[in-house]
Ligand binder design. Structure first.
Ligand code: FDA
Ligand code: NAD
Length: 410
C-alpha cells in the first residue's frame, strides 16, 4: 500500500497492556522505527486504576505524568520522552476505525493507513451504558461513566461544581465501590444502587426505571426516587472486539488466544482485557479484566514474538489470578479462584481501629482462592502462595481458627 505508514510491530491500544508491551520490546531489543503504538487517547500509556481512586481525591490528587506506566508495578515511569528516545512512535489521539487483517492494514478515522508485520491487539474494554438496556433519559447531563482520562476529568469538574451535593452511584461492582468512596471523601452525599444484596454480577436488566434529563433524580424500578446532582454509572465493561469481527476467532466474548497470546491469524496477538486465553491452573479458557493480567499478558506476548523470531520457544502462560481494590483506608488483595465454599477469618468488626480479615475459598477439599484485607506485603505473599499451591483441607473449623496463620505455614 503506497500511502501507508509501515511498522514491523504495531500495538493497537495505548492503555496498560500497550505500555507494558512497549517496555518489554525495549528490554528484549528494538531498533528505532520498528514499533508504533496507536491510541485514541491523547496521552501516553498510564496506570488506569488510578482513575477511580487518587485521581478523584480533593487533595493531593494523582495527575499525569505521575502515573504513567510502569509505576503501578514498581517499575520505571515511561514518560512520552522515553518513547522518543527508544524510537517508538506514539501515535496518539488516533482512533482506528477499520481493520483488515488479511492485508495487515489499519485505517484511522482521518483515513491514514498503517501496515504491520506483527499486530498486538490491546484495545481493552469500553463501558456498558444505561442506554444499552434501554433506560430512559440515559443520555442526560451529569451522568458519568469512567474508563479513560477524559471521563475522569469530566467527573472531577462535576465534583468541583457540585460541592456538598448529592451523588447516586449505579452499580455495586468495582467502579461503583471505588467511586462511592472517592465521592464521600469529596464530601458528597452518596447513595449506591445495585440489584444484588451485595456486589456480585447480575444478568443485565432494566433495574433503573428512568433517568431525567438533566439528571435531578434517579427513579428505581420499584418507584423510589433518589435525588442526584451527579450520577456515576459503573454497570460493567465489554471488550472492544468489534473491529475484528469475522476476521479472528472469538471465544467467551473475547479474542481467542493460546498460551502465548497468539490468535488464529498469523502475526496477530491479543492481550489484556480483550484476550480469552487458557488459564492453565484451572484447565479452562477465560478472559480477565484486571490490571495485573493486562501487564503480564502483554509481556508474555512480546516474549513469545521475540522468541519466535529467534526460532526459540518460551513457557506457556501460567496465570494465578490476582485482583485488588482500595477504598477509604481499606485495601484488599485476592488470589486464585472464588468458587466453592467460603471460610471467613480474622477481625471484620467495622468498629475495630484497623480490621484485618480474610477469606478462603474451598473446592474439592482444597483451598483454591484467598482474600485478605489490610495484609502486609509478606501476608499477601502468603495468601498468594496458598492459592497457587492449593493445599488440601479437612477441618474447616480449624482452618477458620488458624486463619492467616494457616497461610503463613505454607
Ligand atoms: P486499556 O483499557 O487499559 O487500554 C485500551 C486502550 O486502547 C485505550 O487507551 C483505548 O483508548 C485504546 N483503544 C481502544 N480502541 C481503540 C481504537 N479503535 N483505536 C485506537 N485506540 C483504541 N484492575 C485492577 O486489577 N485493579 C484496579 O484497581 C483497577 N481499577 C480500575 C479503575 C478503572 C477506572 C478502570 C476503568 C479499570 C480498572 N481496572 C483495575 C481494570 C484495568 O485497568 C484493566 O483491566 C486494564 O486497563 C486493561 O488493560 P488493556 O490495555 O487491555 O486496556
Ligand atoms: P463490574 O462488572 O465490576 O460491576 C458491575 C455492577 O453493576 C454489578 O454490581 C452489577 O450488578 C451492576 N449492574 C449491572 N446492571 C445494572 C443495572 N441495570 N442497574 C444497577 N446495577 C447494575 O463493572 P464495573 O464496576 O463497571 O467495572 C468496569 C471494568 O473496570 C471491569 O472490567 C472491572 O474489572 C474494571 N475495574 C476493576 C477494578 C479493580 O479490579 N479494583 C476497579 C475498577 C474497575
Amino acid at each position: 500500500m503506497a500511502d501507508a505508514k509501515h511498522f514491523k510491530y504495531i500495538i493497537l491500544g495505548g492503555g496498560v497492556a500497550g505500555g507494558y508491551a512497549a517496555r518489554e520490546f525495549s528490554k528484549l531489543g528494538l531498533n528505532p522505527g520498528e514499533l508504533a503504538i496507536i491510541s485514541k487517547e491523547a496521552v501516553a500509556p498510564y496506570e488506569r486504576p488510578a482513575l477511580s481512586k487518587a485521581y478523584l481525591f480533593p487533595q493531593g490528587a494523582a495527575r499525569l505524568p505521575g502515573f504513567h506506566v510502569c509505576v503501578g508495578s514498581g517499575g520505571e515511569r515511561l514518560l512520552p520522552e522515553w518513547y522518543t528516545e527508544k524510537g517508538i512512535e506514539l501515535i496518539l489521539s488516533t482512533e482506528i476505525v477499520k481493520v483488515d487483517l488479511a492485508s495487515k492494514t489499519l485505517t484511522s478515522a482521518s483515513s491514514t493507513n498503517f501496515t504491520y508485520d506483527v499486530l498486538i491487539i490491546a484495545t481493552g474494554s469500553t463501558v456498558i451504558r444505561l442506554s444499552d438496556f434501554g433506560v430512559q433519559g440515559a443520555n442526560a447531563n451529569n451522568i458519568f461513566y469512567l474508563r479513560e482520562i477524559d471521563d475522569a476529568d469530566k467527573l472531577v469538574a462535576a465534583i468541583q461544581a457540585k460541592k456538598d451535593g448529592k451523588a447516586v452511584i449505579v452499580g455495586g461492582g468495582y467502579i461503583g465501590l471505588e467511586c462511592a468512596a472517592a465521592l464521600r471523601i469529596n464530601n458528597l452525599d452518596v447513595t449506591m444502587v445495585y440489584p444484588e444484596p451485595w456486589c456480585s454480577k447480575y444478568p443485565f436488566m432494566s433495574t433503573i426505571g428512568s433517568l431525567l434529563a438533566p439528571v435531578t433524580a434517579v427513579k428505581l424500578k420499584d418507584g423510589r426516587v433518589l435525588d442526584a446532582d451527579i450520577v456515576v454509572v459503573g454497570v460493567g465493561a465489554k471488550p472492544l472486539v468489534t473491529l475484528f469481527k469475522g476476521q479472528v476467532e472469538e471465544e467467551k466474548g473475547g479474542i481467542k488466544t493460546d498460551g502465548f497470546f497468539k490468535t488464529n491469524v498469523s502475526g496477530v496477538y491479543a492481550v489484556g482485557d480483550v484476550a480469552t486465553f487458557p488459564m492453565k491452573m484451572y484447565n479452562e479458557i477465560r478472559r480477565v479484566e484486571h490490571v495485573d493480567h493486562s501487564r503480564k499478558s502483554a509481556e508474555q506476548a512480546v516474549k513469545a514474538i521475540k522468541a519466535n523470531e529467534e526460532g526459540k520457544t518460551i513457557e506457556e502462560y501460567d496465570y494465578l489470578p490476582f485482583f485488588y481494590s482500595r477504598s477509604f483506608d481499606l485495601s484488599w488483595q485476592f488470589y486464585g479462584d472464588n468458587v466453592g465454599d467460603t471460610i471467613l477469618f480474622g477481625d471484620s468488626d467495622p468498629a475495630s481501629a484497623k480490621p484485618k480479615f480474610g477469606s478462603y475459598w474451598i473446592k474439592d477439599s482444597k483451598i483454591v482462592g484467598a482474600f485478605l484485607e489490610s495484609g502486609s506485603p509478606d501476608e499477601n505473599k502468603a495468601i498468594a502462595k496458598v492459592a497457587k499451591v492449593q493445599p488440601p483441607v479437612q477441618d474447616l473449623e480449624l482452618l477458620k481458627k488458624e486463619g492467616l496463620a494457616f497461610a503463613s505455614k505454607i
